[in-house]
Design a protein around this ligand. Structure first.
Ligand code: COS
Length: 396
């Protein structure tokens, strides 16, 4: 028998459960905004397949779109924990609205902040932090999703420019974004070491929006194909160096996965709160169904799992804030929280019974919205692969 040598990420992190004053304020503000402005429109957003721009503007005005951006770049100067608090609250009300924030902040703002030069940060971050310009992240392609390094979009150097060609798929915020972080291959023989990251602005000649996807859930969110045809991008728009693109993409996704874990916690909480409220009203067999043990056990599991998923999410955010390795913690949080959301949504529909199957009640929307959290920003299978790799690396 070998002695235990590996500290899991739980054991490693000195993780404080108490929120600070500013974090509490963010949570209160986001909860109020979500309850008063977002929740009343969630069904309509799903039905009309569009999040009203004024909600994005309000998320900007409240500071959420640039919440972890330092004040010198126009942001709120808070941390990732504050960010995941806001993400949970907004997604509790509406996952379509919530994912606009997630993709903008964790996938577009974050890599510019981390990998951008001072000039690049000054150029793009202030308007993005205010929510005036929306960001997106263009990695996936028609033939490369989980195997991100297999991308075919190409970047060819021409004088002071790079010329991009290719198609990006499933891009959240794709058609509404003003600033896109785009990944392309500069030399296919180098595989992942040939990839570079570029910031491409809306309106750049050769850059257009293709097909808008029709989806099972998060129907109000914008999912587009982006097309690059001889799209000329100045060399000054490259993030990092040639060959650093894959690292930029994967490290950005580590943060993105914490954000999606928070989204999943928000959806799961919506399921729990809606199911609980319904169970306290609905009568069967001469009693409120909340008095029935079969229902109580479902609610008890949901409550426990929501709390556990939130703790994993906060831990991952705390590690990221501390500048510590959070690859494992982020993957665990996303794997667990997305599973919790899907299960909570299934039980929520079950508790609502026949009404759960109708569009007149929120349960079926949660059921459709929850599923994507197991797919985007790394499927659950990729999360297991990342977790296993990290464990094996630690054991080596
Ligand atoms: N952060 C930074 N760099 C990372 C990293 C991380 N989390 N994980 C791996 N890398 C680096 C490795 O260090 C390696 O670099 P070097 O070769 O320079 O040493 C390089 O990336 C390749 O690593 P690996 O061989 O493990 O890459 P793979 O091509 O096998 O891919 C997976 C690894 C599958 C985990 C990765 O492609 C992935 O996460 N895929 C899912 C992509 C995704 O989430 N898509 C959704 C799109 S957004 S909706």
């Amino acid at each position: 028998m070998t002695a235990p040598t590996t500290a899991t990420s739980t054991e490693r992190s000195g993780f404080d459960l108490a929120l600070g004053e500013e974090q509490e304020l963010v949570r209160r503000t986001a909860r109020e905004f979500a309850r008063e402005k977002v929740l009343p429109r969630a069904a309509e957003i799903d039905e009309h397949k569009k999040v009203p721009r004024e909600l994005v503007d309000e998320m900007g005005a409240l500071g959420f779109m640039g919440i972890f951006v330092p004040e010198r770049y126009g942001g709120a100067g808070l941390d990732r924990l504050a960010y995941v608090l806001a993400v949970e609250e907004i997604n509790r009300a509406c996952a379509s609205t919530g994912v606009i924030l997630c993709s903008h902040a964790s996938l577009a703002v974050a890599p510019i902040l981390r990998w951008g030069t001072e000039a690049q940060r000054q150029r793009w971050l202030p308007a993005m932090a205010r929510g005036e310009r929306i960001g997106c992240f263009a990695l996936s392609e028609p033939a490369s999703g989980s195997d991100a390094a297999a991308m075919r979009a190409s970047a060819r150097r021409d004088g002071d420019d790079w010329v991009l060609d290719g198609t990006k798929n499933f891009i959240t915020n794709g058609s509404i974004a003003d600033v896109c972080v785009v990944f392309a291959q500069t030399d296919a023989s180098l595989r992942h070491r040939g990839i570079a990251a570029f910031v491409v602005e809306k309106g750049t000649p050769g850059f257009s929006v293709g097909k808008l996807e029709r989806k099972l859930g998060i129907r109000g969110s914008d999912t587009a194909q982006l097309v690059f045809e001889g799209c000329r991008v100045p060399a000054a728009n490259m993030l990092g160096a040639v060959g650093e693109g894959f690292r930029i993409a994967l490290s950005t996704l580590d943060g993105g996965r914490i954000s999606i874990a928070a989204q999943a916690v928000g959806i799961a909480r919506a399921c729990l709160e809606d199911a609980l409220a319904y169970a306290k009203e609905r009568e069967a067999f001469g009693t409120k169904i909340a008095e029935l043990q079969g229902i109580q056990w479902m609610l008890a599991d949901m409550a426990t799992e929501v709390d556990a998923a939130r703790l994993l999410t906060w831990r991952a955010a705390t590690l990221e804030d501390a500048g510590e390795d959070h690859v494992l913690a982020a993957a665990e949080a996303k794997l667990f929280a997305s599973d919790v959301a899907v299960k909570a949504a299934r039980d929520c529909v079950q508790i609502f019974g026949g009404y759960g199957y109708l569009q007149d009640f929120p349960a079926e929307r949660h059921y459709r919205d929850a599923k994507i959290t197991e797919i985007y920003e790394g499927t659950s299978e990729i999360m297991k692969l990342v977790i296993s790799e990290q464990m094996l690396k630690e054991q080596a």
